[in-house]
Design a protein around this ligand. Structure first.
Ligand code: T46
Length: 136
């Protein structure tokens, strides 16, 4: 599943009369999962993100509800996703600015992450992010 550009992936889903189950193995995510976090209770009209990661790779899933995920590589390429199904996920490689918006009521965004939390991995200034990407 790993790639250098963001990509939407289908997640395994098995449905029966008693409901559905989706499952994902680490080998399918494309990195070793070192951390899991989830975003929820986002008030209507609020945004999350507005930063980039230097080394962190992630996999985003909307477990319930929907939200928009905008990814920008700082070099003129932008990718937009509307995540709305628990059987879809977006792989986000390192080095992408992300803006999360349009959260619906009750939305839960699950994130699988390749590294533990490290504030030094964040770039929170868009201009500095573009300079960083051009310098690579
Ligand atoms: C991302 C987007 C989509 C921790 O202490 N440990 C953690 O693992 C995380 C994720 C956060 N925090 C603390 C750091 C801040 O004091 O939680 C607070 C809020 O974090 P942040 O402002 O980074 O929240 P978001 O929603 O803007 O960003 C988060 C992730 O940090 C980031 O990796 O890609 O979700």
């Amino acid at each position: 599943m790993n790639s250098l550009i963001p990509k939407l992936h289908k997640i395994n889903k098995v449905s029966s009369n008693s409901g559905s189950i989706s499952f994902l193995e680490a080998s399918e995510v494309g990195f070793d999962i070192k951390r899991v976090y989830y975003i929820y209770d986002v008030p209507s009209g609020e945004f999350r993100g507005a930063h980039a990661h230097k080394e962190l790779s992630q996999f985003f899933i909307s477990l319930s509800g929907s939200f928009n995920l905008k990814l920008d590589d700082g070099l003129g390429n932008v990718f937009n996703f509307n995540l709305k199904y628990p059987y879809e996920g977006v792989f986000v490689p390192k080095g992408y600015w992300r803006d999360l918006s349009e959260f619906t009521s009750g939305c839960t965004c699950l994130v699988l992450a390749s590294e533990i939390y490290d504030e030094n991995d964040y770039i929170r200034d868009y201009k500095k992010f573009c300079e960083y990407k051009k310098s690579l």
